[in-house]
Design a protein around this ligand. Sequence first.
Ligand SMILES: [Zn+2]
Ligand SMILES: [Zn+2]
Length: 335
Amino acid sequence: MDDLAYGKRDKRGDWKPNRRLEVAPFWSWPLKLPKVLAWLPGYFWPWNAFHMATALLYWFYIVPDVETMKTIGWGWALWLYAVNAAAIFVFYGVFELRYYIQRAQATRFKYNHKFPGDTPSDVFWFQSQNLDNFLRSFFITIPLWTVVEVLFLWCFANGFVPWVSWQEHPYYLTLLVLVAPAIHEVHFFFIHRLIHWGPLYRWIHSVHHNSINPSPWSSLSMHPVEGFLYHAVAFWHLVIPSNPIVALFQLHVAGFGAVNGHLGFEKFELTENMSLDSHAYAHYLHHKYFEVNYGGDGLIPLDRWFGTWHDGTKEGEALMDARFQKKRERVNARA
Ligand SMILES: [Zn+2]
Ligand SMILES: [Zn+2]
């Protein structure tokens, strides 16, 4: 595919899309129904459908029976960890292998022309972004994801929280599934905004931001506090009346879905005319500029409401620069 039909490449070789990042169309008034209808398929397909499919697979084939889950035990906890780790290894690994190792698409649609594997840096363990990100994901973050999973399954199994049944409340639970990605976005925005506060940033979140040019393994490369808080989004289903399948979906939107923002490419070419959209640009800009786009890609436009939205255009850039300038003036005035 010709990526220059969709964007521009600068002198350095970095590609950026021509299109403006847009928040979900139901936030624009008056409501434009055709726009909403055009947006809907992308909401389900392929990413959220994939997270629902994995949630169902887990529930029917992986998660142990309710009797077992009444008692927390190493056996089933380690089993869940092994499956989570294997699933992430395969799911993230496919992107890593095809687009970062084999470089099947070279730098077409790639925001940053460099590949992390080519640039050793002292900020990473063993000076390798890939190795550092990989080890942190598999030995810190995925274990914490599993801790969250074990805890909420244990709560459901023991009846500590309501277990809403699909037979009795199919519409309510369907609605909850549809809203789950929005819950994710709000939860992520606020914990993320919190750990961007100076002291917490240096202690916790700087680990994730070491990857200025993120790649798939960067997705879950986090400090343990962030790794836990990020996946704790599933605990909302202990507060809202819910069902373990919906809680698993919520967890998978976080765990598997983290890769979206870190894919590094705008599109993956499938055939000469067909491609898969990554939805990575908003979070790519966050890794590039740090203090923009704390949330996702505008399902709930918190960044727009808080004035931190960067839509990828020149105007977006100018708004950001003006904000940074004001901040510098405030800091200088205090000094
Ligand atoms: Zn990130
Ligand atoms: Zn951040």
